[in-house]
Write a protein that binds this ligand. Structure first.
Ligand SMILES: Cc1ncc(COP(=O)(O)O)c(C=O)c1O
Length: 286
């Protein structure tokens, strides 16, 4: 089946989908994106993703390409046209097409909107989570506003590639203060020896993960103790469990950090339970 993309008002076969070479996304990474999970044909946490998209656009002073209602229709149309049951929709907005110049184009061009779908194999993803993943620490070389979900991901790309070359699936980024901020494409969590879940507070230093936010409600309902504070690599090494969260990985146990096992080197019971429960509580919309 050929995949269908939405590009600036048109649904088109992916192979023929095009944007202009003077799109500011292409030239300056002047744009933002979202990745929304589709599970059993439903969007997971759609509202939080749309809210974060609106915030990212506001921070960059890019106009919304469509109202939320129209955007919801495009997401559903992309799911239907791609017969997507399990996978993700990817949504990208850039400032639009203009002659290359750093200043914002005046008058502002129409923002470019692209939406694509990706199918995944739930069995393969579950198998990876059942194994757990390794992470490798890397300096956090990103700009100082990673709270904005911009398409400028080069520092994340380089950190994740270096982690991969060391046999890991994810990079854990270390800020200038020596504390872990987050993963290259996920939020980072540890569980201390006394059973407290710890993750970096929401501020300009991390992306405020949608999965992280939904997990907080699950953690509350299970009566688990959680602290939003920074933690060091040394504390992570001493943790009982560790895991990452993102729309694409949900809750995935971390079984090693820089080659040293976390706890007994197997996926921990708390992380595994949070993963099992996640889809039970996460908001679904069709
Ligand atoms: C740097 C970074 N942090 C955290 C996350 C997790 O965010 P979410 O749970 O909204 O997918 C992502 C997801 O892409 C990310 O790229």
């Amino acid at each position: 089946m050929s995949r269908i993309a939405y590009v600036n008002g048109r649904y088109t076969p992916l192979a023929q989908a095009r944007v202009h070479i003077e799109d500011r996304g292409y030239q300056f990474a002047d744009g933002v994106y979202e990745v929304v999970e589709v599970f059993q044909g439903a969007l997971i946490d759609e509202q939080r993703h749309l809210d974060r998209l609106a915030r990212s656009l506001r921070e960059l002073r890019i106009a919304a390409p469509l109202g939320d209602g129209a955007l919801r229709i495009v997401l559903r149309e992309i799911i239907a046209r791609n017969k997507l049951r399990d996978g993700f929709v990817y949504l990208q907005v850039t400032r639009g097409v203009a002659r290359r110049d750093h200043f914002f184009p005046d008058p502002p061009p129409r923002p470019s909107l692209v939406v694509t779908a990706r199918l995944n194999d739930p069995a393969k993803i579950e198998a990876k989570a059942a194994h757990g993943i390794g992470v490798t620490s890397m300096p956090d070389l990103r700009w100082k506003r990673p709270d904005i979900k911009t398409i400028n991901l080069i520092a994340n790309v380089l950190a994740k590639q270096a982690a991969k070359e060391q046999g890991s699936s994810e990079a854990w980024l270390i800020g200038d203060d020596g504390m872990i901020t987050e993963g290259g494409s996920s939020n980072a969590w540890i569980i201390t020896p006394d059973g407290t879940l710890v993750t970096h507070p929401v501020n300009n230093g991390i992306l405020s993960g949608v999965t992280r936010a939904t997990l907080m409600t699950l953690i509350g309902s299970l009566g688990l103790r959680v602290e939003e504070r920074r933690f060091s690599l040394a504390e992570a090494h001493a943790a009982r469990e560790a895991f990452v969260t993102s729309a694409t990985s949900l809750v995935t146990p971390v079984v090693s950090i820089d080659g040293s096992p976390v706890g007994d080197g197997k996926p921990g019971p708390v992380a595994s339970r949070l993963r099992e429960r996640f889809h039970v509580i996460a908001p679904r919309t069709r």
